[in-house]
Ligand binder design. Structure first.
Ligand code: NAD
Ligand code: MG
Length: 410
């Protein structure tokens, strides 16, 4: 493989925590580098990775001088390597899944920020987990696909898995410190959802919405895939699955409530009905800083909540205000959690295909639900228990979803 890593070079400063940022060119990746740059004495950048954005990666290499940079393809890696050489940068450039796995599991790495979008992030997540790294998980699809296989790798590798998704960070911050007490003390967890850009749109008009409208989230600036997921509420469905695995909550212990202002990031309801919540401005640097510094706290760069300017906080029931019609994808989560564990992987794969087809102008917004629901119906499988069987199921569901897209595309 081109550009394998050379393990012999020792790191120059062993008191710092060395971090690999998977998906460094994206929204979470950029925010992570912003937080880390505020604490140069505490964190060093070991490696950055991206799919295709060579220009952005070159700029990151110039600014942060990581030891390694990984591009998804050999062609993109060659381009970046050549540009780094021309500028005399010391960064070594690797390629492909092997490169991702290498920089996620390298002995010199302390923490891995998992911020690749989609199931493409599963293999490096598993590698980091098996190597016992602190794994900061933004890449919710990896856990939704990996499920118990993912959790086993975390346990067997002695890894610390910390959530970066704002809802799960909020829940983690609101839970008792000792996970052994969670089931005894907690009645349920309540995930908040902004409702996205179409919270008040007439459901009959959803078939006409454009990718630009779907990506215009009212509260958060995010990558395009998660923005579409927020508009369909698939994002909240994936987050319920994520919470199920992260916190060991049964389906009936998880609820979703719409909170358009995104101030309360999620809540834990205890047995005595007390509710503990985490609040703040909608800025992903807060959960990122929490994950990097845990169990300490450190500056994130986010503006604090200003109660004198906070006009109101409102909540709406997702189930009883006509939302099933507007957000038909959300109920699919309860269906997949009741089915054998591979169903969540099928749901995720179908949705990745459907969202890419919608963003590419090949299907309508409302057809995302149809692709997801019909792929779940049509994919027959036995429960996967290895990375290989999970990726085979992911590929199988993608084929089913792809043929549905082909049948419907205009
Ligand atoms: P993004 O699209 O901005 O960035 C995605 C990153 O993944 C980029 O660096 C891209 O180059 C890389 N990537 C994409 N496909 C790849 C592939 N096949 N192989 C290797 N790398 C690939 O996405 P984002 O908004 O930063 O989201 C990243 C993850 O974090 C997603 O799983 C998302 O659900 C989750 N998340 C994001 C936010 C947010 O505010 N953006 C909040 C919570 C959770
Ligand atoms: Mg979230």
């Amino acid at each position: 493989m081109p550009g394998r890593m050379d393990d012999r070079q020792p790191m120059e400063n062993s008191t710092k925590k060395w971090v690999t940022v998977l998906g460094a060119s994206g929204s979470i990746g950029t925010n992570t580098l912003d937080v880390m740059a505020r604490h140069p004495e505490q964190f060093g950048l070991f490696a950055i990775t991206a799919a295709t954005q060579v220009d952005k990666m070159l700029a990151l290499c110039m600014r942060h001088q990581p030891r390694y940079a990984v591009m998804a393809s050999v062609a993109h890696a060659n381009l970046l390597r050549q540009q780094c050489r021309e500028l005399n940068l010391r960064t070594e450039v690797l390629a492909g899944e092997e490169g991702l796995v290498d920089v996620a599991a390298h002995p010199d790495v302390d923490m891995v920020m998992a911020a690749i979008v989609g199931s493409a992030g599963l293999a490096p997540c598993l590698a980091a987990a098996s190597a016992g790294k602190r794994l900061l998980l933004a890449n919710k699809e990896a856990l939704v696909v990996g499920g118990t296989v993912f959790l086993q790798a975390v346990q067997q590798g002695g890894s610390t898995l910390l959530p970066i998704d704002s809802e799960h960070s909020a829940i983690f911050q609101s839970l008792p410190q000792d996970p052994a007490t969670w089931q005894q003390q907690v009645e349920k967890i309540i995930l908040t959802a902004s409702g996205g850009p179409f919270r008040t749109t007439d459901p009959a008009r959803l078939k006409d919405v454009t990718p630009e409208q779907a990506c215009a989230h009212p509260n958060w600036r995010m990558g395009r895939k998660i923005s579409v997921d927020s508009a369909t509420m698939v994002n909240k469905a994936l987050e319920v699955i994520e919470a199920h695995y992260l916190f060991g909550m049964a389906p009936q212990q998880m609820d979703v409530v719409i909170h358009p202002q995104s101030i309360v990031h999620s809540m834990v309801q205890y047995r005595d009905t007390s509710i503990v919540a985490q609040l703040g401005t909608p800025d992903m640097r807060v959960p990122i800083a929490y994950g990097l510094a845990w169990p300490q706290r450190m500056h994130s760069g986010a503006p604090a909540l200003d109660f004198s300017a906070l006009v109101q906080m409102t909540f709406e029931s997702v189930r009883h205000h006509g939302h099933p019609e507007r957000f038909p994808c959300l109920p699919l989560v309860w269906q997949t959690l009741a089915a054998p564990s591979g169903s969540t992987a099928v749901f995720n794969a179908a949705n990745e295909i459907a969202v890419a087809a919608f963003l590419g102008g090949r299907i309508r917004f409302d057809q995302i639900f149809a692709v997801n629901a019909q792929t779940l119906e049509q994919t027959v499988f036995s429960t996967p228990d290895t990375l290989e069987s999970l990726m085979a199921l992911d590929a199988q569901a993608r084929t089913v979803a792809g043929s549905l897209v082909q049948r419907w595309q205009a």
